[in-house]
Design a protein around this ligand. Structure first.
Ligand SMILES: C[S@@+](CC[C@H](N)C(=O)[O-])C[C@H]1O[C@@H](n2cnc3c(N)ncnc32)[C@H](O)[C@@H]1O
Length: 353
């Protein structure tokens, strides 16, 4: 049916405004320039180098050991997007959004976005997302030349920054530690315990408890230093080994916090079986996870689920999925609960206990 010219005009205007609305959704998610520019500013520590001053781009290039022309272009782009201000031509200063990028800011954004640290590497892994979607494999190896954990083992600066990021957030660690009743435990084995943040909290709050920290060798050494700084290392043994190998026996609680989400189901079951066999007839296996980062935000869950696949081939799981893999690994799940900050905790026992 032919349209009159008036109807045709309305149709075009209607289509144009639908495209405008669609473009408003699409435009912010297509830009890679601004996210990279803000990461460069964080990596160079520009907010720290400016402090409270209005600084010329030449002086800032000198302080940051960068190219003055390139730095000026980055800053001008960021100013257009509300990060930093340019009160006089060629002179820049920190505004509130830029202040979030300073090293001491409690948001931790500088470390999170630093391209020379773990946070930035994690983001750069997403340049391999197409590979992941085509193959179902993690992108990390294609982007950085070695699988995730191997890469960390070979790069102590990046693995140090990873461990620090994992240990960050005292409230969050306390929430996990307070989420389980350790009073019946004599010897807690933290499997994949990182640099010891959870164990430190458990040992501090439970003076009668001893512990073993199990993790890859470099990380365990960081854990030894972390616990020594808190006067707790004499109550702890250290096992630098893979958790895919037989685990130290003698513990009565084997805890896995934020470990299983790094792995696909087969590997996750394997680690659980290692815990179960070390725990023996009377031990317990406690799984602590943070589905999607924090409870039931579907957007956060979706992002973390994708992130885990791209990085290490892991996956986020709902509480019932953790119950299923624990059961498939031969454990009885005696209880499941969620803590105030969204940790899901499974208390598991050997079958028939
Ligand atoms: C996501 S981090 C969690 C660390 C800590 N449990 C926490 O909640 O902060 C996973 C940990 O698993 C460790 N890990 C990875 N592969 C391992 C392996 N094959 N054997 C032992 N530990 C391993 C890593 O070094 C890292 O410390």
């Amino acid at each position: 049916m032919a349209l009159t010219s008036a109807e045709g005009g309305r149709g075009e205007r209607g289509r144009a405004s639908a495209w405008e609305a669609a473009w408003e959704v699409l435009a912010p998610v297509t830009d890679l320039v601004t996210p990279m520019a803000v990461r460069v500013a964080a990596s160079l520590g520009l907010s720290d180098l400016m402090g409270d001053d209005v600084v010329s781009v030449e002086e800032l290039a000198r302080r940051s050991v960068t190219d003055v022309d390139a730095l000026g272009r980055v800053l001008r782009h960021l100013v257009c997007h509300g990060v930093f201000v340019e009160p006089e031509p060629g002179r820049f200063a920190v505004n509130e959004p830029a202040a979030l990028l300073a090293a001491g800011h409690p948001s931790g954004m500088r470390a999170r976005l630093d391209l020379d640290g773990f946070g930035g590497r994690m983001d750069l892994a997403f340049t391999g997302l197409l590979h992941t979607v085509r193959t179902g494999e993690p992108a990390w190896e294609t982007v950085f030349g070695a699988p995730f954990w191997r890469y960390l083992a070979l790069n102590s600066q990046i693995s140090g920054s990873f461990d620090a990021m994992m240990a960050d957030g005292a409230d969050y660690v306390a929430d996990a530690a307070e989420g389980y009743d350790w009073s019946g435990a004599r010897h807690v084995v933290d499997v994949g315990g990182g640099a010891g943040a959870l164990l430190a909290e458990v040992l501090r709050a439970n003076p009668g408890v001893r512990a073993t920290l199990v993790d890859l060798p470099d990380t365990v050494e960081r854990g030894r230093r972390y616990l020594a700084e808190r006067g707790l290392e004499t109550r702890c043994e250290f096992a630098g080994q893979s958790f895919f190998e037989p685990l130290p026996t003698g513990g009565d609680v084997y805890v896995l916090r934020r470990v299983l989400h790094d792995w696909g189901d087969d590997d996750a079951r394997w680690v659980l079986r290692r815990c179960a066999e070390a725990a023996g007839r009377h031990g317990r296996v406690v799984v602590i996870e943070t589905p999607g980062g924090s409870g039931d935000d579907p957007a956060m869950f979706a992002e973390m689920n994708l992130r885990m696949l791209v990085l290490s081939g892991g996956r986020e799981r709902a509480a019932e999925d953790y119950v299923a893999i624990a059961t498939e690994a031969g454990l009885d799940v005696a209880g499941v609960h969620t803590t105030p900050l969204g940790h899901v905790i499974l208390d598991c026992t050997p079958p028939g206990d």
